[in-house]
Design a protein around this ligand. Structure first.
Ligand code: ARG
Length: 444
């Protein structure tokens, strides 16, 4: 037996150990410790399949099952943790199992390669985390909906970040709810796409043993085994898809963050972030900075980076497994952790922030955000919209010179621009009242 055989899975044809720098560079058991549970679960299923197919004895199967089940319990309790001396979690599990149950552990890897094993582990892990993601997304959606329902009041709406037309706080927040609703659908689609089980594809070419891939798939709650053996070990597009979904979620969060940074500034002061989600300055005593939302906006870059990273790792790889693919793990895990923490923090930010309705009312008084509604009124009085646009444009110019909002102009002043204008103009440009007109009702 060659040196190192006992603690690695492939010592036989080697005469020496790997260089210490190579080991440090290549080993990833610690960095992927979060794969441990999935690896044990996959191994339990594999052992059951081997037993059922008569490839190992019932006695061996029982030994594997009880050893692995005990390890799973410890992994869950956090008392079984890989250290850096192991090449990867697969090696760690097999070596630890051997320490516990002896030689029976040596039959576990029958008809399996780490190539199908690692992809099975990753798919189990990605699926579980995506389910968690769906829950956390839903939680944020509920919080947004609750906050929105409390504020069916007008606020300035912007295009080009210039005052445009009044919207409601409720409708503003519910725009993000709508985005997250699509994100949730995307997460569920990504989960639905993780339906093929790689276990049993072997290194790339299956196995001469009469295994039952459908049974392994069923045990691990996949729809079916991979249709193609080579694809089964080479497929990482389920991770790309999930990363793309994470990137889109982060885009949505980041846009919300940008608005919260702007709206919490003293120039706007529409929103007051709770002290629990802000911090101060070490030099400027008066400062209250919106760090929570800035940090989420910043972490968006990190998640995008992981998506680009995986796409780039995969783009030039020949079939089947290549060691480059080990790079999928830390990046996917980090992107998932990052997005989950951003969603959780955003949930707290939204739940605790207050809306400063008096500031919104003040802001609506300037900026002529009811000019379009004035033109709509003229249309109802029989004026063609293009002409109405011109009339109200001239009125705005005049009101600006007078330094008055449209609603402060007298009827005589209005009538200089069109004799069709009557007292009803005031109701038709009142921010709260116009919310009851036409499709604007949807904003209440
Ligand atoms: N540690 C590898 C990874 O994380 C899994 C083992 C891959 N198989 C191999 N033949 N080296 O991707």
């Amino acid at each position: 037996m060659q040196a190192g055989y006992e603690d690695k899975l492939w010592g036989g044809r080697f005469q020496g150990d790997v260089a210490p720098d190579m080991a440090a560079f290549h080993n990833n058991a610690v960095q992927t410790a979060w794969l441990l549970e999935a690896d044990i679960v996959g191994s339990i299923a594999h052992a059951k399949m081997l037993t059922r197919c008569g490839l190992i004895t019932a006695q061996q199967g029982d030994a594997l099952d009880s050893g692995l089940s005990a390890m799973l319990a410890e992994a869950k309790a956090g008392t079984l943790v890989p250290d850096g001396s192991f090449e990867d979690v697969h090696t760690f599990v097999e070596v630890k199992l051997r320490e516990r149950i002896g030689d029976a552990a040596k039959v576990l890897h029958t008809a399996r390669s780490r190539n199908d094993q690692v992809n099975t582990d990753m798919k189990l892990y990605a699926r579980a985390r995506c389910r968690q993601l769906a829950d956390v997304l839903q939680q944020l959606m509920e919080t947004i909906q609750t906050k929105a329902a409390q504020h069916p009041v007008p606020m300035p709406g912007y295009t080009h970040l210039q005052r445009a037309q009044a919207i409601t706080v409720k409708h503003w927040l519910m725009a993000y709810h709508a985005m997250l609703t699509r994100d949730l659908r995307r997460v569920n689609n990504a989960i639905a796409g993780m339906d093929e089980c790689p276990l049993g594809c072997g290194a790339l070419a299956g196995t001469t043993h009469a295994i039952d891939r459908a049974y392994s798939a069923q045990l691990l709650d996949f729809e079916r085994p991979h249709a193609n053996l080579l694809d089964g070990v080479s497929d990482r597009d389920y991770l790309m898809e999930a990363l793309a979904v994470l990137a889109i979620i982060m885009t949505h969060l980041s846009r919300l963050c940008e608005e919260l940074v702007i709206f919490s500034s003293q120039e706007f002061a529409f929103v007051l972030l709770d002290d629990r989600y802000a911090t101060g300055s070490s030099i400027m005593p008066q400062k209250k900075n919106p760090d929570s939302v800035e940090l989420i906006r910043g972490k968006t870059g990190r998640v995008y980076g992981h998506l680009m990273g995986l796409l780039t790792v995969m783009k030039g790889l020949p079939l089947a497994y290549n060691k480059d693919m080990q790079e999928d793990k830390e990046s996917f895990h980090d992107a998932m952790e990052t997005t989950l923490s951003c969603l959780t923090v955003m949930n707290g930010i939204i739940a605790t922030m207050s809306i400063r309705e008096e500031r919104l009312r003040d802001a609506l008084r300037g900026g002529f955000m009811n000019a379009t509604e004035a033109a709509d009124y003229l249309v109802r009085r029989g004026v063609a919209f293009r002409d109405a646009h011109g009339i109200v444009g001239q009125t705005v110019l005049y009101a600006e010179q007078q330094q008055k909002p449209l609603e402060a102009l007298s009827l005589q002043e209005w009538q200089q621009f069109s004799p069709l204008i009557d007292e009803a103009i005031y109701d038709n440009i009142d921010y709260a009242k116009t919310m009851h007109l036409g499709v604007k009702r949807e904003m209440l």
